[in-house]
Design a protein around this ligand. Structure first.
Ligand SMILES: Cc1ncc(COP(=O)(O)O)c(C=O)c1O
Length: 423
């Protein structure tokens, strides 16, 4: 399948959005949680029992009028949805060609798309009578979002975070603590996102009946890839209607960064059955050598990790490989199973952006539009600026998954030269 680096001339081959026979994507996964051969649930029997219960409860509760009404109310009055679509005039003028638009998930309460699924997961936990919400976090955005949801519903929250990320994403750690969450450092291995997931799983296994592991992306065993996608679907549904109203048509391309894949799954879900190209952007970090990036689809192979089958980056022994990205929320060695499926069936195009490209985009968007993006989201912006010159008269819609306040100290301390370049 097509794999495009933002450092090369991006592919101009349209994803086969139309004309190929394909199943109705939105009916997947099947009853066992499979998207084609990807997904499923590969976990110990005691945990499987909990997942079955969560799945049954989700299927029942999420269709009830009460649940739908309460979530709709939360979206509107607490989260501040709908988030707007914004046309980047100065950024588009700089790169020429296509017009670049943003879906402003950075304006979602707590600063990123993560609150969309956290409020859904916590509402489900409330209905299930759970006494504790547990999660991992990389950039801290999922942690902040779950801490916010815990405060809203009055349920205690425990967030697991790699020690390296705790130091890097200090503002988000402070926010989680102010919101009343307990932050547990993951001190093994590389001390980043994968280790945080291991640590959160261990904690969950101590009391699976009384707690719930609110997974932070479209990853993990069934039903989490399904549930998180459904809670994120609001992004795509809003974006489609807003874009039509604003421009009178559909965008030519929708672009989103892919870590585990929740923001991209959310926005893509609104356009799956349209003749619209869907581009997922993976982090290419320092380059293509194993350990220097976290581009799981572009450079990985099929495997099982954290309870699901998907593309993943493996070391020589077949274990999860060390991964790296400047964006803590993207350095995960696997990807959501639906993304693996979309990639293999040709519905999405997978591209990459390096640290360097993301840093440039971080400053370009800040200085040309007055919007400081999260480093994760800056990968999608970078990719759009590479695609734009080759796409005159087209429209590119970028999911701006989060705001960059959490990254400002880190960027200015470690990469002051990028600020000077753009002065
Ligand atoms: C702002 C932002 N965007 C994107 C991501 C990547 O996650 P996902 O691929 O699940 O959207 C993160 C993860 O922390 C994030 O904080």
């Amino acid at each position: 399948m097509s794999t495009t680096s933002a450092s090369q001339t991006p592919s101009t081959t349209p994803a086969p959005a139309t004309g190929i026979p394909r199943p109705a994507h939105t009916v997947l996964p099947d009853a066992r949680g499979f998207f084609g051969k990807f997904g499923g649930s590969f976990i110990p029997p005691e945990l499987q029992k909990q997942m079955d219960e969560i799945n049954a409860a989700y299927q029942r509760i999420s269709r009830s009028a009460d649940f739908i009404r309460e979530l709709r109310d939360i979206r509107r009055h607490f989260q501040g949805r709908p988030t707007p679509i914004y046309y980047c005039r100065r950024l588009s003028d700089k790169f020429g060609g296509a017009r670049i638009y943003l879906k402003r998930e950075d304006l979602n309460h707590s600063g990123a798309h993560k609150l969309n699924h956290c409020m859904g997961e916590a509402l489900l936990a409330k209905h299930l009578g759970k006494k504790k919400l547990i999660a991992e976090t990389g950039a801290g955005q999922h942690g902040v979002a779950l801490a916010t949801a815990g405060a809203y519903f009055g349920i205690p929250v425990e967030i697991h975070m790699g020690e390296v990320d705790i130091a890097k994403e200090h503002p988000n750690v402070v926010r989680m603590r102010i919101l009343g969450a307990t932050v547990v450092p993951a001190t093994h291995g590389l001390k980043t996102l994968k280790e945080a997931v291991d640590s959160a799983f261990d904690s969950y296994l101590k009391d699976p009946a009384g707690s719930i592991y609110c997974i932070g992306s479209v990853v993990g065993p069934h039903p989490f890839p399904l549930m998180v996608r459904e809670f994120q679907r609001i992004v795509g549904e809003e974006a489609r209607a807003q874009f039509m109203e604003m421009t009178g048509g559909l965008p030519d391309c929708v672009i989103a960064c892919v870590g585990g894949g929740s923001n991209s799954a959310g926005i893509f879900s609104g356009f799956l059955d349209d003749p619209v190209e869907l581009h997922g952007v993976e982090p290419l970090g320092r380059g293509t050598a194993l350990g220097d990036h976290a581009a799981s689809i572009s450079h990985g192979s099929e495997g099982i990790m954290h309870g699901f089958n998907s593309y993943m980056l493996k070391d020589a022994a077949g274990q999860p490989a060390p991964v790296y990205s400047i964006a803590s929320g993207l350095d995960y060695p696997a990807v959501g199973p639906e993304h693996a499926y979309w990639h293999d069936t040709g519905r999405t195009t997978t591209g990459t952006a390096t640290d360097d490209e993301a840093l440039r985009a971080f400053f370009q968007l800040s200085r040309l539009e007055g919007i400081i993006p999260a480093l994760e989201s800056a990968h999608a912006v970078a990719y759009a600026t590479k695609l734009a010159p080759a796409r005159p008269f087209q429209t590119l819609l970028v999911n701006l998954s989060g705001r960059g306040d959490k990254d400002i100290d880190f960027v200015m301390e470690k990469y002051p030269n990028y600020a000077q370049e753009n002065e």
